[in-house]
Design a protein around this ligand. Sequence first.
Ligand code: KIV
Ligand code: ZN
Length: 537
Amino acid sequence: MSRDRIIIFDTTLRDGEQSPGASLNREEKLTIARQLARLGVDIIEAGFPYASQGDFEAVQAIADQVGTEGGPTICGLARARKEDIARAAEAIKPAAKGRIHTFIATSDIHMKYKLKKSRPEVVAIAEEMVAYAKSFTNDVEFSPEDAGRSDPEFLYEVLERAIAAGATTVNIPDTVGYTTPDEFGALIRGIKDNVPNINQAIISVHGHNDLGLAVANFLSAVQNGARQLECTINGIGERAGNAALEELVMALHVRRSFYNPFLGRPAESEDPLTQINLGEIYKTSRLVSNLTGMLVQPNKAIVGANAFSHESGIHQDGMLKHRQTYEIIDAQTIGRTENQIVLGKLSGRNAFASRLRELGFELTETELNKAFVRFKDVADKKREVTDRDLEAIVNDEIRQAPELYRLEHVQVSCGDKAAPTATVTLRLPDGTDSTDAAIGTGPVDAVYRAINRIVAIENELIEFSVQSVTEGIDAMGEVTIRIRRGDRVFSGHSANTDIVVAASQAYLSALNRLAAVLQDENAGAAKVHPQSAAIAR
Ligand code: KIV
Ligand code: ZN
């Protein structure tokens, strides 16, 4: 891989999916992977295949369908143990370019309390497991977990041995988001200067946002020799998340004259520093937010709803006189186009399909049929259907939580003098229908109570949010909800012109995810988290 540009390693489907409530099924992962390929990421970390049969199959499907010739490298994560590595190797096999990413912790605190291993033991495992991974593929990445808090001298030794054993990329994780930009940059510089065989590997960085410094840390790492950035869409990931892909890519784009010299280019070079198709950024952000149920905060850089809106009179005045007075990025660069009104009630299937293709959605015949029925329904209620509406319809239709319970009918009566009452009919997993009714504090509460009477899976509703897809009184409402059972969180999302229907669908979608996990657990197939267990061999 080239060292005079920045390699973008996307871990939305692995670290991003570790965010509470963000779990995705195989179809959703495939949809995101296809979009990541369109976005132009170099490497997709598609998952942790050892976690469960479902995770294995998702990585395998992505390797097969997205990792085709000319497509991105498909990577599988593996702890430094043979079973994990063999499983990752099997999962990535169908890809034209496959990578195994193996890791073991190197900080004193992790080695003592989590691994219960000495330094020499950890070095030996790292060396042996990298060599084992190398027996399956040439492309092996090694990460010393919690590098940000590891003793640098020890880190140099581990990295040297991992590279000697065949690692082609060495990734430096700030696992707990503890370092500052100067420290992280110095760590990368130290590695460049003190690991004798470092030129045989690409230096990568991975970092969490616990102090809000992940992106700044990565940019400092670039200045000091890092050439691969591990990031996620919208910055999702464990705890406070990972470095956000869109922020890194746009910082490197907007400020390329500043970063060019660190990559040995003339400051004025216009060659892109990454291979990302900037115009796909916004759509990818919306897709990931919809499918994971992780909302994007309005003031989020680059992709937040307010990132390009100018409220104050002074700003608006300046913008009208000269856009660049208050704007450093043209919204269209990242694909935030004017919200065009394109279709209406009389638009046919061909017009619908062709607009979706223009928006970059590739649907199967069955998906297209389902989406068209939804479109007709929306167009009947809403005079003008915009691109944003189409996006919401399609994202809703392809968000396929395993439908153990399906909404057949929901009816609510409410008003200022009436007790909100809901009647709900659900199709049960055995194919029969069940109807129940409940009174609640409001219409949505009544619906949830009625559903609970039928499904009877204990859970706590921890988040309920409604956003309108577009402006106007007839706008579709998008509902995102999160429910908790024990220490696990599940999310659900739906869009409809009727927010009670959207709320019912969103709740059922989250319940279906919870029910599917309970089913797997009952069948003895609980998921393994890559970083919680301390197994080294
Ligand atoms: O944060 C971390 O250290 C990780 C590793 C598995 C790379 O996610
Ligand atoms: Zn991580």
